[in-house]
Design a protein around this ligand. Structure first.
Ligand code: GDP
Length: 396
């Protein structure tokens, strides 16, 4: 739909109609007192037969700006224009707007865990990704302190804002965790174990750090080797959703390239360098400059776009719907097992006590029936839970 520029002078101050507005065709429509009035010249576009957009003009203002028009149109179009044209209009078409408004007000949260040994470039990468200094309070540790801190997990939280959208960014750092990738280009046992311990709990996105220290050929070889090992060791990394069949060719190509880039070979930098009249995040060498955001130099941009622009919501959905639900089902299962075992144990104790209280009296039919009933009840409960858990496990 095209939006024609607002036409000035649609209303003449002092000559507005207050409760009834005149349509272009001369008809009038009634409006609720207090609501802005709209003259809505709706006509069909002869070329594509789409409805042309409306010209919302306030009755009590002479000239209004295009942004005001847009704001008002967004607010009132759904309830005025469509409902008046279409008698079947209920109003739930405004739901996306409500969700959007509420979510923007509430803000977003994202948790990113970075794993790798100290000095690998994790903090530089995170700072580059979010154009912020998340680690400004970081205390540099000496070698001895680092050994002591191997198992520490540190959480940093920053609130960042972009165009009115608030994001609470939680960075979970695991300093001191062994080398992510060794010199031969394959994964070390500690990497394999770490990823396998986490792959059912979080979305694993493998990254090849300090890609500027490798030649293009080395990067390609390492990527192939790492992908093979991920497959061989049965590590489940984050699976990109399939591209919709109706997506255009360019989008499909980008999607394909993104999937092909794993593990992302990235470069990070905390400094702005200047070259050929441009300032950018980069690393300067005597033989040239590496631009962090240059797709020809690294996969940094692909990683950032994927994390923040294109797959942010999917990453969160998979975490909530798959990883968290599996974890929750597992917790319920374990708790139920504990409760059932405990109940069985106390039932046995009760029986033992009743037997020891009345050693000579055999268990009568009634008690025996009671025990059988309780046993059957417990078995049913266990089966029910088992089915429930299987269902949760199968659901995407
Ligand atoms: P962390 O301990 O894993 O958080 O590592 P840092 O981010 O503190 O980086 C350690 C050192 O590596 C610093 O001197 C960084 O300037 C450097 N570094 C970080 N990222 C890169 C990179 O992409 N390429 C190169 N060559 N050096 C990097």
């Amino acid at each position: 739909m095209r939006e024609p520029p607002p036409r000035a002078g649609h209303t003449v101050p002092g000559q507005e109609t207050s409760l009834m507005d005149r349509e272009l065709d001369g008809s009038t429509c009634s409006l609720t007192p207090g609501t802005p009035t709209f003259i809505r010249p709706v006509r069909r576009n002869p070329l594509d037969s789409e409805l042309e957009l409306l010209h919302p003009i306030s009755s009590n203002e002479g000239t209004i700006s295009p942004s005001q028009i847009r704001r008002r149109r967004d607010r009132f179009d759904a309830c005025h224009s469509v409902e008046n044209q279409d008698k079947d209009y209920v109003g739930f078409a405004t739901l996306p707007n409500q969700v959007h408004k509420k979510q923007v007000k509430k803000g977003f949260a994202f948790t990113l865990m970075v794993a790798g040994e100290s000095g690998l470039g994790k903090s530089t990468l995170v700072n580059s990704l979010f154009l912020t200094d998340i680690y400004k309070d970081r205390k540099m540790l000496n070698a001895e302190e680092r050994i002591m801190k191997t198992v520490d997990i540190i959480r940093h939280t920053v609130g960042i804002e972009e165009k009115g959208v608030k994001l609470q960014l939680n960075i979970v750092d695991t300093p001191g965790f062994g080398d992510a990738v060794n010199n031969t280009g394959s994964l070390r046992p500690i990497d394999v174990e770490f990823m396998r311990a986490l792959h059912e709990k979080v979305n694993v996105v493998p990254v090849l750090a300090k890609a500027d220290c490798l030649t293009l050929l080395e990067v390609t070889r390492k990527k192939i080797k790492i992908r093979e090992e991920i497959e061989r060791f049965g590590i489940k990394t984050y699976q990109f959703p399939e591209c919709d069949s109706d997506e255009d060719e360019e989008f499909s190509l980008q999607d394909h390239q993104l999937k092909d880039s794993v593990p992302f070979a990235v470069v990070g930098s905390n400094v702005l360098v200047e070259s050929k009249g441009r300032r950018f995040r980069g690393r300067m060498y005597p033989w040239g400059v590496v631009e962090v955001e240059n797709p020809a130099h690294s996969d940094f941009l692909k990683l950032r776009n994927m994390l923040v622009r294109t797959h942010f919501q999917d990453l969160k959905d998979v975490t909530r719907d798959t990883h968290y639900e599996n974890y929750r089902a597992q917790c319920i299962h374990n708790m139920t097992r504990m409760v059932v075992t405990e109940r069985k144990r106390s039932l046995c104790n009760q029986l033992k006590e009743s037997v020891s209280d009345l050693p000579l009296v055999p268990v009568d039919g009634e008690t025996e029936r009671h025990i059988w009933e309780k046993d059957a009840e417990l078995r049913q409960m266990q089966e029910l839970l088992q089915r429930f858990q299987e269902q949760l496990g199968h659901d995407p």
